[in-house]
Write a protein that binds this ligand. Sequence first.
Ligand code: PGA
Length: 253
Amino acid sequence: MSSRKPVIAGNWKMNTTPAEGRELAAAIAAGSKNHPGVEVIICPPFTGLAQAADAVSGSAVEVGAQNVSSEESGAFTGEVSVSMLAGLATHVIVGHSERRAMYCETDEAVAAKAVTAHATGLTPILCVGEDLETRKSGDAVAAVRGQLRASLDGYTGWGSLLVAYEPVWAIGTGAAASPQQAQEIVGELRQELSSLAGADAAEAIRILYGGSVNATNIGPFIDRPDVDGALVGGASLKPDEFLRIVEMTARLY
Ligand code: PGA
């Protein structure tokens, strides 16, 4: 726990039709208004951004996209640019491990997305995390620090950045990292940010944990000094569960 404002972000992944997303967003907006001490962000798929943004308008809930192109416009079939997100999203997830693993996104590509997003006023939610093999070989700290540094190459928007530590082996598996493991890596990430951005900027950046977070296990993560919230996948699709995560977080701050 820290003096930084906690963030609970929901990554809906490739789920929800626009109509389902509107309903989910409305339920989250209604339920989270009692917890103004927690910043709540929802990340619907592109096709549901407009409906979700409409459903949360007038509330404090913010909307993020799940990906963005680093290109401005042109012959990039299937891609979505930052200017297309204007008015729909304030945040964007970059470098999620599913994009890195399944769509071959390199650190360099992720850094280009983060830089472009920031340049147009979007706050990147930058994801980093080691795979199981790296964890087992004892190289997780060095790997994740390296990934963070490379994924922020050229980035200067330190006042507008969220980082999510998401160990690949904990995503969608039901086997979350231990709060100690999360704190260890998140603390290392803060040191890495300090060397990139300076100590004051690094102290202010919120770093989230992600990977099988639910309403039952959120508490001990939030209790850790460097963990400032969570990026939630599966549990973010269930409004009651997601709102309990928000409520637990509010209670601990
Ligand atoms: P999960 O996903 O909560 O379903 O493990 C987290 C994520 O991928 O952001």
